[in-house]
Design a binder for this molecule. Structure first.
Ligand SMILES: [Zn+2]
Ligand SMILES: [Zn+2]
Length: 351
């Protein structure tokens, strides 16, 4: 299938139009027309090959919402016209213990990523959602529940599941005391989802500048991390802290905030971190953990939960030809809180 989109052609060139092929439908594949695609920090890292996994040209985009246009001969779960979504993974080994229990993101062989991966069968490089069409196995395609705003839902597929999965892993519910460090694309979703699950949420920020934003998102309070007195008063008062800061940072100020058996979970891929003291870990049996996206079943659960609770990311809609400007603004954290590309703008931009 011939299609078109926007690709990075090298580490330092702006994204530009690109015409390419999607595979012919396998029996279990669905083909979709992409309607919306969120813009994630990983897209930018991949365009620039910050993680050393890129090939060129590469089409980023892994917060994909679309409509099914064709189905393979053995597809049972989808039909033409269905509204669907695809996130960060398009395949996995499907046989290991992790895949069998629905944690495909933890596949022993590693999941096949929507871009910067290689197809399990053909070995072809995968290409993401900044494009008109996508072909994906139905096992990695999600149903968009009725009533969920298609455009605004796109960021749930990465920013949403990345923060929802640790909330579920650590059993956040009514009465849980949750801290969220950082109030960007991931952080704002962590606040909304934790509040939706019934938690009492505190945003941790370097200054009080974001207090009104934090409260508007549903947080009970904002704690200024530079305020040593306030931080000391908040000692041992959190069950879970979700750390969404997108750059290397010091964990020492945050660990004493955890109650006994509390966990600080890092959701950004930050590479090596600075040293932190083990004293609060041992004295409170506290933990530092990491968590990547979530499995397919859990991602569907998230979409259904968001539809039921009417939880949606705050989005700024852009045209495809505004992507390079969006990358620049994202680097300066100048977005509230996620860019979403309206793919109806793509035909015009690529012509
Ligand atoms: Zn992402
Ligand atoms: Zn597996």
């Amino acid at each position: 299938m011939n299609t078109f989109g926007y690709a990075a052609y090298s580490t330092d060139s702006p994204l530009a139009p690109y015409t390419f092929e999607r595979r012919e439908l396998r029996p279990d594949d669905v083909a979709l027309e992409i309607l919306y695609c969120g813009v994630c920090h990983s897209d930018l890292h991949t365009a620039r090959n910050d993680w050393g996994m890129s090939y060129y040209p590469i089409v980023p985009g892994h917060e994909i919402v679309g409509r099914v246009i064709e189905t393979g001969t053995q597809v049972t779960g989808f039909k033409a016209g269905d509204y669907v979504a695809v996130g960060c993974m398009v395949d996995s080994c499907r046989e290991c213990d992790q895949c069998r229990k629905g944690d495909e993101q933890l596949c022993r062989q590693g999941p096949i990523y929507t871009y910067s991966g290689h197809d399990r069968i053909s070995g072809e490089p995968t290409q993401g959602g900044y494009a008109k069409h996508l072909v994906v196995s139905e096992a990695f395609c999600l149903h968009m529940p009725e009533g969920l705003d298609l455009a605004k839902a796109a960021p749930l597929l990465c920013a949403g599941i990345t923060t929802y999965s640790p909330l579920r892993t650590w059993n956040v519910g009514s009465g849980s005391r949750v801290g969220v460090i950082g109030l960007g694309g991931l952080g704002h979703m962590a606040v909304k989802l934790a509040v939706g699950l019934g938690a009492e949420v505190t945003v941790l920020s370097r200054s009080a500048d974001k207090r009104a934003d934090a409260l508007a998102l549903g947080a009970a309070r904002l704690l200024v991390s530079a305020d040593e007195g306030a931080m000391a008063e908040a000692a041992s008062s959190f069950d879970l802290i979700i750390d969404t800061v997108p750059a290397k940072h010091d964990l020492d100020p945050y660990l004493p905030l955890l109650d006994v058996d509390g966990t600080l979970v890092i959701v950004g891929q930050l590479g090596p971190m600075s040293d932190f003291s083990t004293v609060p870990l041992l004295s409170g049996r506290r933990r530092v953990a990491g968590s990547p996206i979530g499995g397919i079943r859990e991602t569907q659960e998230l979409l259904d939960f968001c539809a039921k609770k009417n939880i949606l990311p705050d989005c700024e809609m852009i045209r495809m030809d505004q992507i390079n400007e969006a990358f620049e603004r994202m680097e300066k954290a100048d977005v509230r809180y996620r860019f979403v590309i309206d793919m109806a703008s793509l035909s015009a931009a690529a012509a």
